[in-house]
Design a binder for this molecule. Sequence first.
Ligand SMILES: [Zn+2]
Length: 399
Amino acid sequence: MKNLFLLLLAITCVAGAQARGLKGKTIYLNPGHGGYTTGDRPTATINHEYMDTLSFYETRSNLWKALETARHLKQDGAHVIMSRTRSGYVTQAQMEQGILNENQESHALPSQDKVDTRFNQVETARDEYGQQQIVGLERIACQVDSIKPDYFLSMHSNAHTNGSTVNYLLMLFRGETGKPYYENSDSMARVMWPYAFDNPLSTWSHYAADKPCVVGDISWMGGTPPGTPNRTGATGYYAVLKFNAPGFLVEGSFHTYDPERQRLLNPDYCRLEGLRYYRGIRAYFGGKPEKVGYLAGAVKSATEVMDHPRYTYREGSDDQWKPINGAMVYLLDSRGVTVRAYRTDGEWNGIFAFFGLKPGKYTLRYEARGYETMTEQVVVKADNTTYVLPKLEQKNATR
Ligand SMILES: [Zn+2]
């Protein structure tokens, strides 16, 4: 009897650290970047030019991801701290560079080496609702170091050369590969990996669900161990990771992969990524599964391949098919009643998503001008995202 008790105690102790769920846990989320400067990864897209605030900026996509992660974590009783909840904030240094630009009275397209602050405010301690908006990397690291959260996650997307078809998931922790400078920072990333990797709407070029790319920032970036210490005394490579708490930075995909960048313009596509991060964080703490399910997809042409200089896709992948803008997606329940509808955006991604669905059988109906209407049956499961990739046939033009 005593042995059994000890055995149970041992099991409880091993699992105990991670098996209590999210309630009361402090999670710090850092949506990477913050402003609309040249440092915030502006990239031209099919409909928008370089540095158009409607075009791609990591600032926007990272925030959409993080807000969704935060929403779920809070529902589960976690204490969530976000470095920022809005876009359009820059550091003092970035603002000063921008003021220099203003004084030059250059109202032409912003050049590559100047910072455009027309849409930015300098970071302040808090906004009018009392919410902080911090973007300075060392400031964030120092705050994390003083709060000592149970979990820190910085969200970004990665960059290669524009037009490159490289697109993979990458998780970086402070330290050397196999040697995190703060304990558990690599193991929490490994727990996250399979959840974050599960995105059939994208095309990965490297790695797999069971082959994670979880690496130390110094090893990955080629810095000299242990790196330069910051004000907290923490060493490493990435300024935002230099704190003494468990955490890592995720490069969710490559925004230089054209089809992926077009998808990242869709807030709901980014929310799906945020949802995957929530699942990864929850798994680490052994939290309870959600009762609702999710459904997402991309509406594309069955016959037309995409042909645009700003859309280099991976040969033979699903990304070759032309996404259909402005397609209507109707969600019908088992009685045939339309319960939701979604209009795909005009950004050449075909993305649609339905959040918080009651598990069960549904029918999806797709309608788009110039295409045959199509329906398909889907099953939505609790705590799962069902992904679909419908291909619509063109209507016969001679008819
Ligand atoms: Zn970034």
